[in-house]
Design a protein around this ligand. Structure first.
Ligand code: GLV
Ligand code: MN
Ligand code: MN
Ligand code: MN
Length: 424
């Protein structure tokens, strides 16, 4: 089996950490407990600055940058065989509004580190390796997440989200155009499988975002698949009224109907096995005044399950459940994201296990509860993910932390996996 010991040795723990800490300065925030977090949401000026920094590092080592119409950024290490399908490796550079320094960005920097190590070790690969940063994985500024990877994969048309607005009323389409204008000096490429060859394989490095690896003292998570996710937006329209004068019996109170809807959904989503994930976490009320009855409420639903049958049956029941529960308001339920559960390819999980074993690292197979861009690569090519431990399992929080050493172990495994896949 291909072992690339020189490339593994050339992975630099210090260089990788230094890059992550430089990027963490772009959007630096402080969490409630004093932790240094990041708020660098998709298509913001900070996101643009971060991309420039990464492009600069990549070009300095001889990689070629290009951008597609969704703003997906590719940093290409050339292969020796002309026309060979590339191996892709990366993740996302956008963060949650109260995010950490590693979610997403480490997968991009780890892939860059792995490719740089291969090049420094003088290891040529038959296939090109492309480091990729997918646009808007988080979906916190513009919902849903994974827009860049969904468009690349042909899962959704590239103009699907043009009219989606953020909290300030900016549209995704306009902000994407502004990003592309600011990167007009970078070569433009066709969008994924629409214009180009399918990748040979896709490997994404990511922090676990859960407690298992740390609890069990394991170095590397070999991700076997990702549970399914569905996102919905519920919009309730009632009528505003004076809180002191309008009789409760005649109100069309959108908050009261929201409470009815959420109670009914909680009953629908009951799960004694505790496997199902059901979350309502974003609520917008208007006029949002304590002495005015709420006229409108918009709330989000994030529903996840590893079993496609459960995801379909309960997800499909959401709209009727909400409509039956609501008493006095108009109601609209819109599905905004639908990602089926996926299983990763044995070619990739096997390569990760071999690399970890060859490097003397402990590894454990595990599913992912979070969604990732890798989910959308599964129909295109053998795909997989490498997890490293997250301190106390905390993520989507400034307290998110993985140590320089843990991240270096992950990058070393990735370097060996990329060397193997790019020569196969
Ligand atoms: C991705 O950030 C997710 O919510 O799983
Ligand atoms: Mn992520
Ligand atoms: Mn995330
Ligand atoms: Mn994510």
């Amino acid at each position: 089996r291909t072992v690339a010991p020189n490339a593994v040795a050339a992975v630099s723990e210090a260089r990788q950490w230094d890059r992550l800490m430089k990027l963490a300065q772009l959007g630096a925030i402080t969490g409630a407990d004093g932790s240094p977090g990041v708020n660098r949401q998709a298509l913001t000026p900070l996101d643009r600055t971060a991309r420039r920094l990464v492009v600069g590092w990549a070009e300095a080592i001889g990689l070629t940058a290009s951008v597609d119409m969704l703003g997906n950024l590719f940093l290409r290490h050339e292969g020796t065989e002309p026309g060979a399908a590339p191996v892709l490796s990366g993740s996302h550079m956008d963060s949650q509004p109260a995010g950490g320094r590693f979610d997403g960005i480490w997968g991009v920097i780890a892939a860059l580190e792995a490719v740089q190590a291969l090049r420094e070790a003088g290891i040529a690969t038959k296939r090109p390796i492309e480091v990729v940063a997918w646009t808007n994985e988080e979906g916190s500024r513009f919902a849903p997440g994974c827009m860049g990877s969904m468009a690349f994969a042909g899962h959704s048309a590239p103009d699907t989200w043009d009219a989606v607005t953020d909290g300030e009323g900016m549209t995704f389409g306009a902000e994407l155009r502004a990003l592309l204008d600011s990167e007009a000096d970078l070569p433009r490429r066709g969008l994924g499988v629409v214009d180009g060859p399918k990748p040979h394989a896709y490997v994404e490095a990511h922090i676990e975002q859960g407690p298992i690896l740390e609890d069990e003292g394991i170095d590397i998570g070999v991700v076997t698949g990702i549970q399914g996710s569905r996102w919905f937006l519920v919009e309730l329209t009632g009528e505003s009224a004076h809180a002191g004068t309008s009789p409760v019996s005649t109100r069309r109170d959108a908050v009261q109907d929201m409470v009815r809807a959420i109670n009914a959904l909680n009953a629908l989503m009951e799960d004694p096995t505790d496997v199902l994930r059901f979350t309502v976490a974003r609520i917008e009320v208007a006029p949002n005044s304590s002495n005015s009855v709420a006229e409108t409420v918009r709330f989000t639903i994030d529903f996840r399950h590893p079993d496609a049958a459960v995801l379909t049956a309960r997800g499909d029941a959401i709209e009727a459940t909400v409509k039956a529960a609501v008493k006095n308001c108009g109601v609209a339920v819109t599905e905004r994201f639908h990602a089926l559960p996926v299983a990763f390819a044995p070619e990739v999980t096997g390569a990760i296990e071999r690399a970890a074993a060859a490097q003397g690292l402990s590894a454990e197979r595990m599913p992912s509860g979070a969604f990732h861009d890798a989910q959308f690569m599964v129909p295109l090519c053998p795909s997989g993910m490498i997890f490293v431990p997250s301190r106390r399992g905390i993520s989507h929080n400034p307290a998110e932390y993985s140590s320089p050493e843990q991240l270096a172990k992950g990058a070393r495994v990735l370097a060996q996996v990329l060397a193997e896949l790019a020569n196969s």
